[in-house]
Design a protein around this ligand. Structure first.
Ligand code: 5AD
Ligand code: SF4
Length: 506
């Protein structure tokens, strides 16, 4: 019987011998589960541990404690980079004995990770922080931590307007978060104890790994280079070690993250070399990356995508505008024609690939003709999906000195652009109905295709284990999330597994 099909109320024996991994459990031959604790952690008053979930690779899911411990809640605004930063900060807090909770009312530490790329994102984060004044007074010793890009941009203003905030960590200092959090948590004024805890495992099938921080570009609308600074690259060893950690925790798909992710370099190695190395890590079945800059989509990167089987044939490649005049005003470092020929080259190398993009409408000076060129580029490329942003003036950027358009004009262009992108996206999805797709299951009824469509799995008798790749027939594509069913809709979980095992034995 597969290990994860057994009931979860195993008898336990705890083994305090030293192992590298503080939260590893494995089944022993007699069917018992052994739990290993790190040798330099001691649990003075720990009386009971309870395993309430086990992954397919036999890791302990969570551990219950016999006394209250400090909990934290994380609210994240903005891009995937911020999501990855939040995960990293959560891991630091967990390693210090705090446990993440999905309920803000239970939390003693509230972490708000902010975004400033557009004014709207910043406003939302600030009103959330404002509401935390009351949250904080409800229980003594609560802490509010504000991090990220808006924190970097407005540190003094933040501290002035929200004096109850305990710690501000700007985006440039995220790598120092651990030490700063240590100092904050040392104050120990809370009503809960800060315990030694076994960190909760990040059990995601699809995990993010940050490979670089900052941006060396200076697109004229963009605040990112100011709040995140110049590019710094993690070493290949560090990245591969992070990838192995995520795989050990259950990840099968790795998304490499960076502001201009494909400008990565480390010694002699370039981004294509990193892609190959990550794809070669044992247990990695899929590799993706966001967000690339068109300038660094070199032939080697394209060839690597096309030939290394683990690298998925899907790309989010921000274009921002279809007008060469606007691209120049934005300092994007490519023309409309160069972008189009890049797309052609990629489609030749990867005929079934999906392509998505970011577009800004209403940049200062964008004429009706410039805007129509954006529409025509969208028609020509036939993006599979896209994100359309209304231009937002960011103080301190070069474009902020230019006169901006009235909101009504920007709104009108936004609507027209959205309609076109949505129409094309629907037409492209509709063509998938009836096709077969390999879907990597992330949760019991959700997964993703290699081309990065999210798929809801219909008609299952029993849930499919996350981390499995199954072949589905697409049955509905009306919404952004596709629907699909197993080709043999009647097979059950058990004989599906047996089929798999037979295959493995063959
Ligand atoms: N206004 C509107 N959109 C912006 N973006 C970045 N800066 C701005 C701005 N000032 C968009 C770009 C980028 C995405 C993450 O956000 O399209 O690709
Ligand atoms: Fe901003 Fe341009 Fe850097 Fe992207 S490449 S983060 S849009 S400056």
């Amino acid at each position: 019987m597969p290990f994860q099909n057994r009931p979860h109320n195993f008898p336990l024996h705890a083994d305090t011998s030293a192992v590298d991994d503080p939260y590893l459990a494995k089944p022993s031959l007699d069917g018992l589960v052994e739990i290993f604790f790190h040798d330099n952690l001691d649990f003075p008053r720990l009386e009971r541990v309870q395993v309430d979930g086990v992954f397919d690779r036999n890791l302990v899911h969570s551990i219950q404690y016999n006394r209250p411990i400090m909990k934290f809640f994380v609210r994240t605004y903005g891009c995937q980079m911020n999501v990855a930063d939040s995960n990293e900060m959560s891991r630091h807090l967990a390693a210090r004995g705090l446990v993440e909770t999905p309920d803000p009312d239970e939390a003693s530490v509230m972490l708000v990770n902010t975004c400033t790329v557009r004014q709207h994102a910043e406003d939302r984060a600030f009103s959330e922080i404002g509401r935390l004044r009351r949250w904080k007074t409800k229980r003594p010793g609560r802490k509010v931590v504000v991090t990220g890009c808006a924190a970097e941009r407005t540190k003094e203003y933040l501290e002035d307007r929200f004096p109850f905030v305990d710690l501000v960590v700007g985006a440039k200092s995220i790598e120092n978060f651990a030490q700063m959090a240590d100092r904050l948590l040392d104050r120990r004024e809370t009503d809960e104890e800060l315990d030694y805890a076994v960190p909760c495992i990040d059990d995601k099938v699809a995990a993010f790994v940050t490979i670089m921080r900052g941006c060396n570009y200076s697109c004229t609308y963009c605040i990112v280079p100011y709040v995140r600074g110049r590019e710094i690259y993690h070493s290949m060893e560090q990245i591969l070690s992070d990838v192995r950690d995520r795989v050990r925790e259950g990840a099968r798909e790795i998304t490499l993250l960076g502001q201009t992710v494909n400008s990565y370099r480390s010694g002699e190695n370039r981004f294509a070399d990193l892609l190959r190395a990550v794809a070669a890590v044992d247990g990695v079945e899929r590799v993706r990356f966001i967000s690339p800059h068109p300038y660094y989509m070199t032939d080697r990167v394209i060839e690597t995508m096309a030939t290394v089987p683990e690298v998925c044939e899907s790309l989010h490649l921000p274009v921002q505008s279809g007008s060469s005049a606007m691209l120049k005003a934005m300092a994007r470092n490519y023309t409309r024609e160069q972008y189009l020929s890049l797309v052609k080259k990629m489609r030749q190398a990867m005929p079934g690939m999906t392509l998505s993009t970011d577009i800004i409408v209403g940049f200062p000076g964008e004429t009706e003709d410039d805007f129509r060129q954006t529409l025509s580029l969208i028609e020509e490329v036939q993006f599979d999906w896209g994100f359309i942003f209304k231009y937002s003036t960011r103080e301190g950027t070069p474009a902020a000195k230019l006169e901006s358009y009235p909101e009504t004009l920007i709104e009108e262009r936004h609507q027209r652009c959205l309609e076109l992108v949505d129409r094309i996206a629907l037409a492209k999805r509709s063509k998938l109905v009836g096709s077969e797709q390999d879907v990597l299951v992330e949760e019991s009824s959700f997964g993703r295709t290699r081309t990065n469509y999210k798929v809801h799995i219909n008609g299952r008798v029993a849930p499919i284990a996350s981390g499995e790749e199954v072949r589905l027939r697409i049955t509905n594509a009306q919404r952004a999330t596709l629907e699909g069913e197993l080709q043999n809709g009647n097979i059950t979980f058990e004989n599906f597994r047996e089929k798999d095992n037979d295959h493995a034995r063959a």
